[in-house]
Ligand binder design. Structure first.
Ligand SMILES: Nc1ncnc2c1ncn2[C@@H]1O[C@H](COP(=O)(O)OP(=O)(O)O)[C@@H](O)[C@H]1O
Ligand SMILES: [Mg+2]
Length: 432
């Protein structure tokens, strides 16, 4: 197919020459006054002069394009992206967009998208872009989407309103879009994994601050937060006295009690739903919330899950039950780990944590444990992550610091006795 923007084939060139030559002849005849009257000749002459000039212009761009074609041909040949007749793909369209550019290649018979994908790194280098994707668009055409825009070093915390009660904006993508996780979806349990200092705690801080400011305030009867800071208590302690934080613990034993309470709640809710013949918490709240009282979502957040399972073996089984059954009964789990091994992230956890974030990890094996694919080992730290939900999304987490959190949640702080000494989950919170 001919390129509609840059005619390169012989016929087109011949046509251009024909226009130029015809224009020149007519110009000459016009000035000799053979065919036209003087005035008509002048106006037609200038018109044809213009066409001749246009012809020259197109011809130059054809030449420019030709050299691009030659280098592209060479590129394809050097990577053996050619068919048996040594025919190589041809550029037939090229368009810029706000994050990079798209090129459409016409594929000679015998070449498939696979040949492009195999050489993706070479394409990245040739087109100097960070990210590149290929898509077969039919009619022997491949669309190459190249992204040249980069992630910023930092994306300050933002409160972006969302339509669903547990939808949480996490950060931004290279394209400037918001990376979101929706804990109302089937992917409602969230696992955050990454090496030390990769950004897990900051990610939790962003999630908790967002929930407090944007969701708990709006839906005070619907969300109970339960924070478990098993890394020593410095990461999440500024939330301890927030009125929406129903329990706070720094000891694995307390977390175990919380989880046991959550299982009891789950069983009670299950019984209730069976009696009332409702399917899940959403249906219950819709049909019976007004009359019988709404049931809140119990959001259990654990910073360093391995601290729990390594110290208390029985906690694993409870976590499995909560992860697999919790969804319909309003239990949500958000856990982090710096040990992305199969002992910690076992098959059960993996199957039931549909939403996963991988921050920088050490090896491809670690990345596969978290995401099922490599890539996590190439992340650069400072909240640079891959979010795996229905698809995989590279992003950088928003950044927030202690000072900012304290200012933002000031109005939600109630100074009561420490929640740490209470048995988590029994302070009038996880009750139905
Ligand atoms: N989203 C982010 N943007 C920029 N810098 C970040 C981000 N997340 C983390 N960092 C940097 O990395 C440091 C460690 O982050 P942290 O969340 O404590 O790591 P982890 O909990 O994984 O050990 C932070 O103090 C900060 O300097
Ligand atoms: Mg941490």
């Amino acid at each position: 197919m001919a390129n509609p923007f840059f005619p390169t084939n012989k016929n087109d060139k011949e046509k251009l020459h024909a226009i130029t030559t015809a224009s020149a002849i007519l110009l000459a005849s016009g000035s000799l006054g053979i065919i036209f009257t003087k005035e008509l000749t002048i106006s037609i002459a200038s018109l044809l002069g213009g066409i001749a000039f246009m012809g020259y212009d197109i011809y130059t761009s054809v030449s420019k394009n030709k050299s691009e074609d030659k280098t592209t041909d060479k590129f394809f040949k050097s990577f053996k992206i050619q068919n048996d007749n040594e025919m190589v793909p041809k550029i037939i369209d090229k368009k810029e967009h706000e994050n990079g550019f798209n090129i459409v290649f016409h594929m000679p018979l015998g070449i498939t998208t696979k040949a492009f994908e195999k050489n993706i790194q070479a394409f990245r280098e040739k087109y100097n872009c960070n990210d590149i994707r290929f898509e077969y668009i039919g009619n022997q055409k491949i669309l190459m989407k190249a992204i040249t825009s980069k992630l910023e070093d930092i994306y300050p915390f933002e409160i972006i309103p969302t339509d669903e009660i547990l939808k949480i904006p996490l950060g931004r993508t290279k394209e400037g879009k918001i990376a979101m996780v929706n804990l109302m979806d089937t992917e409602c349990m969230l696992l955050i994994a990454g090496g030390t200092g990769s950004g897990k705690t900051v990610c939790l801080l962003v999630i908790i601050t967002y929930l407090i400011l944007e969701k708990c305030k709006k839906y005070p009867y619907f969300i109970n937060l339960h924070l478990n800071d098993l890394k020593g208590g410095s990461g999440l302690n500024r939330f301890e006295f927030c009125k929406y934080v129903k329990s706070y613990s720094t000891k694995p034993q307390d977390t175990l009690k919380l989880l046991q309470n959550a299982l009891t709640i789950l069983a009670e809710r299950r019984k209730l739903f069976n009696e009332l013949r409702v399917y899940d918490i959403e249906e219950y709240n819709k049909k019976y919330g007004k009359i019988r009282g709404y049931l809140p979502y119990e959001i259990i957040i654990i910073d360093e899950y391995a601290q729990l399972t390594c110290r208390i073996k029985e906690s694993k089984e409870i976590m499995h039950d909560l992860a697999s059954l919790g969804r319909s009964f309003g239990i949500r789990l958000i856990i982090t780990t710096q040990r992305p091994t199969v002992e910690v992230i076992d098959g059960n956890i993996k199957n039931n944590f549909g939403a996963r974030i991988c921050f920088a990890v050490q090896s491809q094996v670690d990345s596969k444990t978290v995401l099922d694919t490599t890539g996590g080992e190439k992340l650069t730290g400072n909240g640079h992550g891959i979010l795996s939900v229905a698809k995989k999304i590279e992003f950088r987490n928003f950044y927030i610091d202690t000072e900012q959190i304290e200012k933002l949640i000031k109005n939600t702080i109630e100074y009561k006795t420490s929640k740490e000494n209470n048995t988590p989950g029994t302070e009038g919170c996880m009750k139905i």
